[in-house]
Design a protein around this ligand. Sequence first.
Ligand SMILES: C[S@@+](CC[C@H](N)C(=O)[O-])C[C@H]1O[C@@H](n2cnc3c(N)ncnc32)[C@H](O)[C@@H]1O
Length: 359
Amino acid sequence: MRTNIIIHGDCIDELKKIPAQAIDLIFADPPYNMQLKNPLYRPNNTKVDGVDDPWDKFDSFAEYDLFCTAWLTECRRILKDSGSIWVIGSYHNIFRIGNIMLNLGFWILNDVTWYKANPMPNFMGTRFTNATETLLWCSKSERCKKYTFNHKMMKRYNNDKQMTSVWKIGLCTGGERIKGADGKKAHSTQKPEELLKRVILSSTRKDDVVLDPFFGTGTTGTTAKKLGRKFIGIERDGDYVKIAQDRIDSVHTLWEEAGWIEEEQGRRTRVPFESLVKEKMIRAGDVLYARKDCGVTALVLENGTLQYKGVTGSIHKIGAMIQQTPFCNGWKFWYTVKNNRSRLIDELRDEYMQKHCGL
Ligand SMILES: C[S@@+](CC[C@H](N)C(=O)[O-])C[C@H]1O[C@@H](n2cnc3c(N)ncnc32)[C@H](O)[C@@H]1O
């Protein structure tokens, strides 16, 4: 089976050509059937750039249900017994999809809420601002219990706290949002890479095959590539296929998290930063230097936390705060400088493990 490809075609036809039990993970962001009948306007009469694309329109709920039953049936067939599927939707469609999935035999593992940090307001003030979407994460059946869940990795990704099923992530904006030559959004529903990063990181292993039957701008393929996973995308619209291919071709470096599985395997013992302070490899009162020559320093405290501009927190939390990112691997962010020699604290952790854990 060819991987790292985008198939230009209808997903039901194309899914039928894929052998049974071939795919490790499916991420599906199908049409939501938003049923937007009239254009939306803001109070100042400017038009809201809503999802009114022809691909999102169905004549009836019955037609939508038939469509979803067809592609979900094929997805279940091609999924390995050890695989799992994520389907994202809004209140418009997710309950219908959940019902269809349960009837087909899928088993819900989590309903993850994507809490949008920057939702579009309800301009007319007729309802609450809709600030969430739902991701159903399912195994093939209740019997299929050997699905991948990288619990330790997700905990590490979440500053050493167990990750919950509520994910606060901004909409896809700024440099990540793909624009056309006219400066307008190239696709109305491009998903943020952070969302796909959590999906793929949590439920695949390196080299696993991730399939997305509604590929759009290729967020799934882009993220899979950055995490060292393989992908298959299916998309009906030729313009989106081209956008997605260009986007994926422009990825040349892996995300740091791509190597975490191997690291976890080699490093079964977790070492808290505090252990290095107790061992006096780093002392309370020492200064740590942030990477990328950003000129930032933080003070090491007795209990293994850092103090920066009056805020106290773990090496990960303070690193994330400085970079203004949701997460940071502090081990690869902070340096010590002794006798004019700078060393990443991750190297000191390795030394600690060699001494105490025989690794
Ligand atoms: C909600 S968008 C996916 C957006 C994507 N997740 C991203 O981040 O760019 C759904 C996509 O599915 C495509 N699509 C709709 N019906 C399809 C079908 N039957 N087969 C293949 N693609 C389809 C649309 O063209 C659209 O690009």
